[in-house]
Design a protein around this ligand. Structure first.
Ligand code: G3H
Ligand code: 13P
Ligand code: ZN
Length: 307
């Protein structure tokens, strides 16, 4: 059943668990996410970036999600716009049927981020849609980073408190040291959990972790075994994800893990049978690989059996 984002995340915030927000760019990814949710008995957030919307068409994104949420009518699902860059982009998504949007103005100065976020919130709330915003910059932090450098990049908890109060945003993504993609940390993985706890204490709303892919060892191995190259790649370790949930993270954004798991299977089939050109022979195992990663993640984050 398609529900408003805050319906899912408010419960997660109250009960202290994390819900995976999984990106999709085609039917196969979306289907795998729904099948995993069905098996794990978990609520889900499915999300499309502006790039994914351009690739599929917004009518297909919404239409496919609505059909799947009818097929699995017992699963609470929210359709979320990932990293919306403008008011118009959020407005279009809401008009098309999204039930949650992110306005990502984190690269603007604080006042401009607040102003744009408040404008999106006002519109979205009139339409019964929830809003996410981001504070700080998404980038890995290194061991020898100074306090000043850290303060310049990561979320400022006091600013977060003001931002949430004044914008009335529903959930907030605080930068605590993660980054997008497969290369998150140069040295040892490091996240600022104290800062996260302080943001949670001062805002008391659902929080979002971007760049939350873990690149589990078996997923990396499967990709490498087929001749793929992921030299220097590093994800967020499982115990960090669990600590993040304990510290107040409720929405856990995951894309890279699904991409790598899927492509490892495509590569495997291509290597094993050079004569194969039936798309389904590549994509069916790809979907299974995504499903396995997601079910494991739902158990790790605590959203399994929360329906
Ligand atoms: O945060 C970014 C997501 O992984 C989506 O990426 O813009 O390549 O679709 P994309
Ligand atoms: P990953 O690249 O770690 O999967 O992060 C995805 C994300 O944050 C989408 O908004
Ligand atoms: Zn992101």
């Amino acid at each position: 059943m398609l529900v408003v984002g805050n319906d899912i995340l408010h419960k997660a915030h109250q009960d202290g668990y994390g819900v995976g927000a999984f990106n999709f760019v085609n039917f196969e990814m979306l289907n795998a996410i729904f099948e995993a949710a069905n098996e794990a008995n978990s609520p889900i957030i499915v999300q499309a970036s502006e790039g994914a919307i351009k690739y599929m068409g917004i009518d297909v994104v919404v239409g496919m999600t609505k059909v799947m949420s009818k097929r699995y009518s017992h699963i609470p699902v929210s359709l979320h716009l990932d990293h919306g860059t403008t008011f118009e982009s959020c407005q279009k998504a809401i008009q098309a049927g999204f039930t949650s949007v992110m306005i990502d103005a984190s690269h603007h100065i604080f006042e401009e981020n607040l102003e744009l976020t408040a404008k999106v919130v006002k519109y979205a709330h009139q339409e019964g849609v929830s809003v996410e915003a981001e504070l700080g910059r998404l980038m890995g932090i290194e061991d020898n980073i100074s306090v000043d450098e850290k303060d310049a990049v990561l979320v400022n908890p006091k600013e977060a408190e003001v931002f949430v109060r004044e914008s009335k945003v529903d959930y907030l993504a605080p930068a605590i040291g993660t980054s997008h993609g497969a290369f998150k940390f140069k040295g040892e993985p490091k996240l600022d959990f104290e800062r996260l706890q302080e943001v949670k204490r001062l805002t008391n709303i659902p929080l979002v972790l971007h760049g939350a892919s873990a690149i589990p060892e078996y997923v990396r191995e499967a990709f490498l075994k087929t001749g793929g190259d992921l030299k220097g790649s590093k994800g967020v370790p499982f115990d960090f994800l669990q600590e993040a949930v304990k510290g107040g993270i409720n929405k856990v954004n995951t894309d890279t893990d699904l991409r790598i798991a899927f492509m490892a299977e495509v590569r495997r089939v291509a290597n094993e049978d050079k004569t194969q050109f039936d798309l389904r022979k590549f994509f069916a195992p790809g979907m299974e690989a995504i499903k396995k990663v997601i079910i494991e993640r739902m158990n790790l984050l605590g959203s399994a059996n929360k329906i």
